[in-house]
Design a protein around this ligand. Structure first.
Ligand code: ZN
Length: 311
């Protein structure tokens, strides 16, 4: 039986962390990383992206990686899908969650998925229809993710009204959950609260919301606390702070899962994650991407040792 879970963490390192990597991480290494994440008790994993391989060669092996992730029965295996074609491949691969992506910033959306926002909403509806055509037990959970919900490296400020309009379009089109992504890490704690409240007012309190945070300005965990304070209980984060955005120079990785879990535990909030096991992912990353920036205060400070003596 699973322990009590207060905060649901989706590990996004294998997707958000790898999509900008300039070297191809071998399939075996991706699978080893996923196995270690699953062994640590993480509830959900963003395991890859069903983008065309010529756009992002890193995910050319995504179906094989998903097949491996699905062998771990206790973790929900999800993937990013940019369009209906990607959804077809994702469903054929057996994903249990689909993260559809639309940017609140028009410019970022064009750069990221090469479509207008209106075209992308049409794509989302097509994905919903594909899922609804499946037998109930095979239908993946469908999240509508809003990229650049808290600012954009190309457009600067993103209006709350644009985020709310997109959230309303997702809700009206059958999203099971809405993700608010600080894609480039420009968000601040008061802004997180303000946008969450505005979106909730727009789509209703019963819609599940998730936060996806980056640490560009060093405010990642502060933003997570702001999210907790407005009752967000689902978050994306990445081991060793992997991640970045090709259209956002200087954008840092996601909030560090290890540091986030540690903080939540200190706040009395359970994640079901074994921190020691999670920290073993660092060895896999060091072995395969030694030149890549790996972050995390727990690694730098050796906090787990300190904790053991205190306990
Ligand atoms: Zn991200």
């Amino acid at each position: 039986m699973r322990p009590r879970i207060d905060v649901h963490i989706c590990e996004t390192g294998p997707r958000d962390g790898l999509q900008n990597l300039d070297l191809f991480l071998p399939t075996e290494a991706k699978c080893a990383l996923i196995s270690q994440i699953a062994a640590a008790g993480v509830l959900e994993i963003d395991a890859g992206s069903f983008v065309p391989p010529k756009v992002v060669p890193q995910f050319a092996d995504v179906s094989a990686v998903i097949a491996h992730s699905l062998t771990h029965k206790d973790i929900v295996t999800g993937a990013v899908v940019p369009n209906a074609k990607g959804a077809e491949r994702a469903i054929a691969a057996g994903v249990q969650a689909i993260y559809f992506v639309i940017s609140a910033s028009k410019t970022h959306n064009l750069a990221n998925v090469r479509r207008t926002v209106a075209e992308q909403i049409g794509g989302f509806k097509a994905v919903r229809a594909q899922i609804d055509a499946l037998p109930v037990e095979r239908r993946p959970h469908l999240m509508g993710a809003i990229s650049t919900a808290f600012g954009c490296s190309l457009e600067g400020r993103v209006a709350e009204s644009a985020v709310c309009a997109l959230a309303e379009a997702y809700a009206a089109s059958g999203a099971d959950e809405i993700g608010l992504a600080d894609t480039v890490g420009y968000g601040t704690p008061p802004q997180i609260k303000s946008v969450v409240k505005a979106v909730r007012a727009a789509v209703g309190a019963e819609m599940t919301l998730r936060l996806h945070l980056h640490d560009t300005l060093g405010l990642g965990l502060a933003n997570a606390v702001a999210g907790l304070e407005v009752d967000i209980r689902r978050f994306d984060s990445a081991v060793s702070g992997l991640g970045g955005c090709p259209f956002a120079p200087g954008a840092r990785g996601n909030i560090v899962t290890e540091d986030f879990v540690f903080m939540l535990e200190q706040m009395g909030l359970s994640t079901g994650i074994d921190l020691d096991r999670l920290m073993q992912t660092r060895e896999i990353l060091k072995a395969h991407i030694p030149a890549h920036l790996l972050t995390g205060h727990l690694y730098d400070a050796g906090i787990p040792k300190l904790l053991r003596t205190v306990a």
